[in-house]
Design a protein around this ligand. Structure first.
Ligand code: SF4
Length: 268
């Protein structure tokens, strides 16, 4: 693992992808998920290592957040759009924690996205924001499969415990069911197990970018080769019909069970 300390020029960046700003304390991600949508970030780093094998640590991240400004009050800031702010190295550098300390007096609407239960370390700070939502993402319940695609993040049980702790501390919790792999993601089971401590569910489907397609088909071949044909069918122009069906099922289920949900599906 190549860990490099770097000095960033900026840390709060404008975004058009929902919300107003994003903060990414690291470039690269130790979680190394095989389906990662953020792999494109590698081209901005000069790293030769594969995605998941390098991290640039923005050691001055917290210093770049201004004090005494109203600029971010009532603005939406997401921490963790192209990296995981609670990947293992955060226990050593505490960049995300330092960023939260600096953001606290500025009181933006804050969202934090992670796959790690390390986030419970910062509950003392997070609960002081007037509006903060924590989303923990989960792709699969079955550890035999999930570990092959996400070698580092913790299993579902640890994520559920973290969500419960956050919820019990008065923080708005989201279970982000992402990405939905046809034939693998038991989203109804996930909802049933968590609905007493999850405030909202977000759903995202698997977007089969060319850069990850090889890994996904390798995974299918090893685990459920009978699904490979179905995936080819879904991802060769029939995506819309297939995902519309899943979306209808999700919306119907959430309505029936009185659950808050957001569906972020990518269609061709
Ligand atoms: S945790 Fe998120 S950013 Fe990190 S490798 Fe996985 S999908 Fe990519």
């Amino acid at each position: 693992m190549e860990i490099k300390e770097v000095k960033a020029k900026t840390i709060i960046t404008k975004t058009k992808l929902g919300g107003d700003y994003v903060i990414n304390p690291y470039t690269g991600c130790q979680h190394g998920c095989k389906y990662c949508y953020a792999k494109f970030m590698k081209r901005f780093t000069g790293h030769k290592e594969p995605w998941g094998d390098f991290v640039d640590v923005k050691i001055n991240a917290a210093d770049l957040i201004p004090e005494d400004t109203d600029k971010y009050r009532d603005k939406y800031i997401l921490i963790g759009s192209v990296t995981d702010p609670y990947q293992p190295i955060e226990s050593k550098y505490e960049l995300t924690r330092k960023i939260l300390e600096k953001l606290l007096p500025l009181q933006p609407h804050l969202s934090i996205l992670t796959k790690s239960d390390l986030i419970v370390r910062d509950i003392d700070l997070i609960k002081q924001f007037k509006d903060c939502t924590v989303a923990i993402s989960l792709s699969m319940l079955d550890e035999r499969f999930r570990r092959q695609l996400e070698p580092v993040p913790p299993e579902a049980g640890r994520k559920f415990k973290a969500l419960k702790k956050l919820h019990d501390s008065g923080i708005t919790t989201v279970l982000f069911i992402s990405p939905i792999f046809p034939g693998f993601t038991e989203w109804k089971e996930m909802v049933k197990e968590t609905k007493s401590f999850v405030d909202e569910y977000w759903f995202e489907n698997l977007n089969l970018y060319p850069s990850i397609a090889g890994e996904v088909y390798k995974f299918l071949k090893k685990n459920k080769p009978e699904l490979a044909e179905e995936y080819r069918e879904i991802y060769s122009g029939h995506e819309e019909g297939y995902w519309h069906g899943v979306e209808d099922d999700i919306r119907g289920f959430c309505l029936e069970n009185n659950l808050e949900c957001q569906v972020y599906f990518h269609y061709k």
